[in-house]
Write a protein that binds this ligand. Structure first.
Ligand SMILES: *Cc1c(COP(=O)(O)O)cnc(C)c1O
Length: 375
């Protein structure tokens, strides 16, 4: 029996009957985008995260772009981002006309390497945008100190970080603004694209709400204060997310349980480094969105697991400073050793609430077989 990298089919099927009532409501109302159900989801996420404003957007990539524009970032500005992250963390900066400045990562948390950050600051630097990857937040205490010292903006690509809190503050709200992604594979996934901006700042929120719909104020469609976007969330996605939100804590607990099982089963393999949750002075909780290991002979392991019917993903195979579209920025190979090492060694194993203990055992057995045979 194969183990796909991701499948929420069972959970979705169990949960979707709850969607049907909402679906009737949406059809009766005839408001399908940025409508009343989207508003309901925004309210729920304001409660869940503690954000003063949760602003629904079509997806998190556009949420990043709108957030950057809403805080006034544009041509001539630089934004410091990690080199090891999802493409949108940097493409969003380029899309608003600013320049992404790449920084190396911490090899344990995969967050920004804080002792390298200050060397990246120039007189064009407007913001630092840490990314919270896979299981844990970047070192926000250290980053916030640097941001305050240099009077910069602190923005968070918290797309993966729902339910991660640091000292009681939800990811995305440590700085000026952050985002959430509800892409189907994310910890809280929709049945299509959806995203959100989180902020406690009234001005940023007002600006972001305009930017998501052609620079208009709500209900006044003929005055364009900004050259905005069209990035609305569908009410059907909001309805599904309202249903799925009820199961979120249980699903996060299941993910943590399965992650601990992997930790235990893989502990005897010297070729495999399982995830390490960094202890700091702050109180940050891990959330296992992705179970990422670093492995010897990563590419061969990936191919072997595929032969065995086990799906994996490499997050992320190429550091952003080496992507063809960013080569003009002039970064040299070897300039970000931790990011480059993570790209060549990391591989994500299947992890989702529908995964069974037997599935985890099967993945672990296959990894053991691979190393015994070739180790
Ligand atoms: C998923 C993700 C995004 C983009 O989210 P979409 O909703 O797919 O546009 C951005 N940044 C990070 C770190 C992500 O993991």
């Amino acid at each position: 029996m194969s183990v796909p990298f991701f499948s929420n089919a069972e959970s979705f099927k169990r949960q979707s009957p709850l969607l049907l009532g909402k679906l009737d409501e949406i059809i009766d109302q005839g408001l399908f985008t940025n409508g009343p159900v989207v508003r309901e989801l925004e309210k729920e996420l304001e409660v869940f995260t503690g954000a003063k404003h949760a602003i629904a957007i079509g997806n998190a990539t556009e949420a990043l772009m709108i957030m950057l524009k809403a805080v006034g970032i544009g041509p001539g500005d630089e934004v410091i981002v990690p080199s090891f992250t999802f493409f949108a963390s940097a493409s969003s900066v380029a899309h608003v006309g600013a320049v992404p400045v790449f920084c190396d990562i911490d090899p344990i948390t995969y967050g920004l390497k804080t002792d390298e950050l200050e060397s990246k600051i120039s007189d064009r630097t407007k913001a630092i945008m840490p990314v919270h990857l896979f299981t844990q937040m970047a070192d926000m205490q250290a980053i916030r100190k640097i941001v305050e010292k240099h009077k910069l903006l602190l923005l968070e690509d918290s797309a993966e970080a729902i339910s991660m809190f640091c000292d009681g503050v939800h990811a995305g709200l440590v700085g000026h603004a952050g985002v959430l992604s509800f892409f189907p594979t994310k910890t809280l996934g929709a049945i299509g694209d959806a995203g959100m901006i989180l902020t406690n700042d009234d001005e940023i929120a007002r600006h972001a709400r305009r930017l998501r719909i052609h620079g208009q104020d709500e209900g006044v469609s003929y005055i364009h204060h900004d050259v905005g976007y069209n990035s609305r969330m569908d009410d059907i996605q909001a309805a599904m997310l309202l249903v799925r939100l009820k199961y979120l804590q249980n699903e996060i607990a299941k993910r943590a349980y399965l992650a601990r099982l992997y930790d235990t089963l893989l502990a005897d393999l010297p070729e495999v480094q399982t995830p390490v949750i960094q202890k700091r002075e702050d109180t940050a909780n891990p959330v296992y969105y992705v179970y990422l290991i670093e492995a010897e002979q990563r590419d061969k392991l990936e191919a072997y697991l595929k032969e065995q019917g086990i799906g994996t993903e490499t997050y992320y195979p190429i550091p952003l400073h080496a992507q063809p579209c960013f080569l003009h920025l002039g970064y040299k190979e070897g300039s970000m050793p931790n990011a480059e090492s993570a790209c060549s060694r990391s591989i994500a194993l299947p992890l989702y609430p529908d995964l069974t203990e037997a599935d985890v055992q099967k993945v672990s057995d296959a990894i053991h077989t691979f190393y015994n045979r070739r180790g």
